[in-house]
Design a protein around this ligand. Structure first.
Ligand SMILES: Cc1cc2nc3c(=O)[nH]c(=O)nc-3n(C[C@H](O)[C@H](O)[C@H](O)COP(=O)(O)O)c2cc1C
Length: 226
């Protein structure tokens, strides 16, 4: 069993994180896994609708099959856990909105008129012309992906600050992953997050674009000065 690690400051985690090339095949402490997941579920989402779902794969047989659905990437099988992040484009129409309102009522947002207003606003935005104008309708895929990646990334940083190593992955065959994990038809698989302990040498840091290339001031293309 991997040892629980002392937490590191966020800035240190950012400096030290690499897309882990290879993992020790050790189990993760379930308390640590729960912490990573719970922190991720604290991520913000539009109207707090939380259209994400996660399948945590730890079973060795399942990991082996998941590896096959991920172009044979060995780290899937080596990692202590692989978090399969999914976005449900239509969960908001199918109970998530009501559940979100029920929970928010428990936290003090319990004025029925306010709740009714939120319900109308959300359904009006997502399902109406505003949703089309925002590029969300008609598939809601972009929308579900947008929200899910925030929770995914929050889990990644949570794991890294806790001393675990992570590897985000988009190299998988969605249909195969869905079939293996029995993910419903309408749900999209957004990304996989392998979590565990680095084995051997980490990857080199490959550098990043300077703000001068990637960040603009006020309008696209205008250099930013800090
Ligand atoms: C969404 C996403 C998907 C990725 N998919 C894969 C993958 O399938 N396989 C892989 O080996 N690395 C994958 N990577 C890792 C990237 O190649 C890596 O993050 C990038 O080269 C920068 O390196 P660094 O994270 O070590 O700084 C992915 C990264 C992200 C953010």
């Amino acid at each position: 069993m991997a040892k629980p690690a002392a937490e590191k400051p966020f800035s240190q985690a950012v400096k030290e994180r690499r897309a882990t090339p290879s993992f020790e095949n050790v189990p993760i402490h379930s308390a640590d896994l729960e912490k990573i997941i719970r922190i991720g579920l604290e991520a913000p989402s539009g109207y707090n609708i939380q259209p994400w779902r996660f399948v945590v794969v730890r079973d060795p047989e399942q990991k082996k099959k998941l590896r096959a659905a991920a172009f044979g990437q060995p780290k899937i099988e080596q990692a202590s856990a692989v978090i399969v992040a999914c976005g449900d484009p239509l969960g908001w129409k199918d109970g998530d909105l009501e559940e979100m309102l029920r929970i928010s009522a428990q936290h003090g947002f319990n004025d029925p008129a306010e709740q009714e207003k939120i319900l109308k606003t959300v359904t009006g935005f997502l399902g109406g012309p505003a949703g089309k104008a925002a590029g969300i309708e008609p598939t809601f895929d972009l929308w579900a992906n947008r929200q899910t990646m925030i929770a995914f990334t929050t889990m990644m940083w949570a794991a890294e600050t806790m001393g675990y190593d992570t590897a985000p992955m988009e190299g998988f065959m969605e249909d195969q992953v869905k079939a293996l994990l029995k993910i419903p038809e309408r749900v999209r698989v957004v990304a996989l997050l392998a979590v565990g302990r680095l084995k051997g040498k980490d990857k080199l840091y490959a550098g990043r674009f300077e703000p001068a290339r990637a960040v603009f001031a006020d309008t696209w293309g205008k250099s930013i000065e800090f």
